[in-house]
Design a protein around this ligand. Sequence first.
Ligand SMILES: [Zn+2]
Length: 354
Amino acid sequence: MKQRSSELLFLTVCAFIIAVLSSCYTNLVAPPTPIQTILIKSSNTPSATVEVVFTPVPTETETQLLCETATLTQTALANTPNLLPTNNPDLCSEIYCILEHDFSLQRPISGNDNDWIDRFYPYGSTAGGIYVPHHGVEFNNASGTSVLAASDGLVVVAGDDLTIKYADYNNFYGNLIVIEHDLPRYAEPVFTLYGHLSEIEVTEGQWVEAGERIGAVGAAGAAIGSHLHFEVRLGMNNYDQTYNPALWLIPKQSTDGALGMLAGLVVNQVGEAQMNRQLTLEALEENDKGCKLRYYFETYAGADLNSNEQIHENFALADLPAGDYRLTMVAGKVFEFYLSVHPGKISFVSIKIP
Ligand SMILES: [Zn+2]
């Protein structure tokens, strides 16, 4: 009898360890590596000789990953995150806030085309260490898709960047348009930049209206496959003056109403923003709170990337359906936080790590 109870104890301990390990594994599993193909252009091509083509183009559904397990265990108290109020107490004096935000720009791609912000390489990301920190966002669309002005404004750049640099090196955007906007609430001028275009249909000095077609999607410059690269710059039309366009673009509508957004700040013990930290967000089922969809993203990975002056974030994830979510991050231990996303609003959370 004594032997049987010690066997039972041993089996119980094993089952517990397996359960803990498998619940950790679900937090640590990496996003799938995208397929990449290399095309060698013919040697008489006057510009670049090697073009890297990224396939397949990630779409909204492909970059949201179905959870491999529907069970979600409430982890121990040891995993309770070390949270703190944001560094802007006027805005949010709690560890977690639902914020109203003035989204001022229209999407530069029509809803009839793909107007979802690409989740594989969002603002501030390195796409898992593959690319340089991103100063804009991508809208993956076929070459020739209409590019629309995000707001009324004056065209200040319309051409290529072969001789004038608008990024760290020439021929980065290939063909680009920059529009200067005078937006209410902003004392400084706001610039929107549209890169890798196949067609430019405006000229410098021209006034354009919000939603007006200004050019077409392409793969010019340092593009990997055809897409629109879209930037927001504040104050000056400089590469180190970019901000996350997700915090400017009006949230998309779904059949249930406007989508919401997650933003936040990861800092160390002395309050310094932490770059390149990997986070996972899981959308939870309504009833059993099991995991429905999983999103992988990272904190801004470059010192020349900027936080929104009102929000003070160093990560953001746009266009999330309203509902309940579980945010996790590994930094010595698993940090875990449950939150809800509300239509047209920003759910903001601050995380302080060891
Ligand atoms: Zn880009």
